[in-house]
Design a protein around this ligand. Structure first.
Ligand code: DAH
Length: 361
């Protein structure tokens, strides 16, 4: 019998029972002393491997037992050291209020939408809402779109339920613009006016309709299949184009700074007559011309015009008594101008690194 080997095992077993460690460092020293490559237990195993077969059978169980003993003692000590550290060095106070939760930040599109609403609400505009899933009648028909207008084509509009062949007022689609809310608001107001003997009805309409719109476009840095608009509408007696221009000038200065200039270019929309597109002076070059404004000194920000009498009538409003203006702006467009975001896709990817760059709530 190999007495020295036996003695070595017995000695180490006895040592294992009395191992002590006060902290993680001492524990690591013990692990190295016994279990590392050069440790005492490993050395015994190295010796054991060289034994002839019969002796291996004789010693195998004892060597394994020793290893398990050392490992379990070290593991016991590790638990003790961990608990000790937690209660003594980390000053655990279970009654403390938790650390403040990291607050999220507002989405840039929400920030800009709120700013637009704030600017217009200071001059009496209130907010109206309408459905994103709409019918053809409210998105196109009542807004004076001709039946064959290309915007109604499958290429631009996401249809949900569509009759065979020609468009039907009852076709269901994702709204392509927030102008659809105009028709709902005007129709409701006209009904209230007609019924005004029973309750008080405001004598003019002044609303903003913010919301998401959808178009069947390939997604790229400059186009997306959904984006956000804010529609504005004012209906009253004697509303003129001058009123529209002045309100838009006020908006441009509030949004982009008091130096901002505007210009209106003639344009065409089925629901306004006359129609215009509005540019603001480029704030990057101060109107001198740069790559951002393509050398023109101006950047386009919205479409607008006087509400077409056909639209008023389709909503039940007497176009001989009332006139009005409307405008529609893209929230992404305004946000790009304010923050110079070059890729539209960033707005919907929810990358925290992008979103955290804007104001916190
Ligand atoms: N609905 C138009 C669009 O989506 C924007 C627009 C233009 C709205 C002129 C208006 C307007 O109210 O008067 O492109």
């Amino acid at each position: 019998m190999n007495t020295t080997f036996k003695e070595k095992i017995e000695t180490l077993k006895a040592e294992a029972q009395n191992l002590q460690a006060k902290n993680a460092e001492e524990l690591e020293q013990l692990r190295q002393k016994y279990l590392s490559k050069k440790g005492a237990v490993t050395a015994l195993f190295d010796e054991f491997k060289l034994f002839p077969k019969e002796e291996k059978a004789q010693w195998g169980a004892s060597v394994n037992q020793l290893k398990q003993q050392v490992e379990s003692r070290i593991s016991e000590l590790r638990d003790a050291v961990t608990v000790h550290c937690a209660s003594s060095t980390v000053n655990l106070d279970l009654t403390r209020t938790p650390d403040p939760i990291a607050m999220g930040t507002r989405h840039p599109l929400s920030l800009v939408r709120e700013q637009i609403i704030d600017i217009f609400s200071r001059i009496g505009f209130t907010v109206a809402d309408g459905p994103e899933v709409e019918d053809d009648k409210h998105v196109f028909g009542m807004l004076n779109f001709a039946p064959e207008h290309p915007a109604r084509d499958m290429q631009d509009t996401f249809f949900i339920e569509k009759a065979e062949g020609v468009q039907k007022p009852t076709d269901i689609l994702l709204r392509t613009h927030t102008s659809s809310v105009q028709t709902r608001v005007m129709t409701q107001w006209a009904k209230q006016l007609a019924d005004s003997s029973t309750h008080q009805v405001p004598d003019s309409l002044r609303v903003l309709c913010p919301g998401r719109v959808f178009r069947n476009e390939a997604i790229s840095a400059r186009a997306h299949c959904f984006f956000h608009q804010v529609e504005g509408l004012y209906i009253d007696k004697n509303v003129s184009f001058a009123d529209l221009r002045q309100v838009l000038l006020y908006f441009a200065k509030e949004m982009f700074g008091p130096e901002t200039q505007i210009r209106l270019r003639p344009s065409y929309f089925p629901f306004t007559e006359p129609s215009a597109e509005m540019d603001i002076s480029c704030d990057l070059c101060g109107g001198k011309g740069c790559s951002f404004c393509k050398g023109t000194g101006w950047v386009e920000i919205l479409g607008c015009g006087m509400v077409d009498p056909n639209v008023l009538e389709s909503c039940g409003i007497d176009s001989k008594v009332y006139t009005g203006y409307a405008f529609g702006l893209g929230v992404e467009r305004i946000t790009n101008l304010k923050y110079r975001v070059k890729d539209l896709r960033l707005f919907s990817e929810n990358d925290i690194r992008f979103l955290q760059q804007f104001e916190s709530c």
